[in-house]
Design a protein around this ligand. Sequence first.
Ligand code: PLP
Length: 289
Amino acid sequence: MAEEGSPLIYPANQAADVLHTIAPPTVLTIAGSDPSGGAGLQADLATIAAFGCHGAAAVTAITVQDTRNVHSFRAVAPGELADQIRAVLADIPVAAIKVGMLGSGENARAVADVLADHPDVPAVVDPVLAAEGGGSLAQEDLVEVLRGTLFPRASLLTPNHDEARRLVPGETVDSALADELLRNGAHYVLLKGGHREREDRVVTDRLYTFGQEEASFSHPRLPDRGYHGSGCTLSTAVACALADGRDMLEAVRTGIDFTFRALRASYTPGRGQAVPNRLFHWRGWEMEE
Ligand code: PLP
């Protein structure tokens, strides 16, 4: 019997052995830190947890931001970034990698160099250039270096329309944007539709491979609350589904479905944008279908 005042946290008559469970698949995120918890590493780790995977995280940049906008950022030294990733990959069998904000061209090169030694691990690359509030998250040289170094290593690239147009200057047509990004070496390109045609009631994301539209995925457009961290959530969710052994088409479908549910359950933690609720299945926030 527990004494009054000492609450029982585990039934005393049950063995308190360590359960030797099989390790869940590890997803490594390589991304910037967002202290507001809306985007970046913090968002990625919450997403990885929601999928029941083990999250490993290498920091590319320290941002100073709140839920309204980015005040400043500093990319970490490329050698320090490469060391973080190498340490994880030498120790843990990583099942999938997500690459988000890199901050500098030097960091893109460092990540590409390390990943070249691990060609079998699928990598989802979200070419983060700016925050939803408009603040820059990339040094000038990043676009050029990304195309030449990291895109050839990307199993999937997940630009929104604005990012795709910055990556392929002068081009506006979806299929031509995707073609050019595929020519840079990415295996698949997912062009996200959330930032365009905001008056449309449906959002359509299009998946391309080798110049063809492979599939499109549509869902109802949610009221525009200026979401912070939706791209991070999507790219990480796709990486988790790949880590779980799904093929690209199914992984993208799973990632989009997860992100839509998280956005539908989004909340506003501060004075700015809404944040997707990556743990929507807690507290009964998941609405009944
Ligand atoms: N990574 C970091 C560290 C960020 O701060 C942000 C946006 O603020 C992003 C990525 C991109 O966020 P989103 O998912 O809104 O595109």
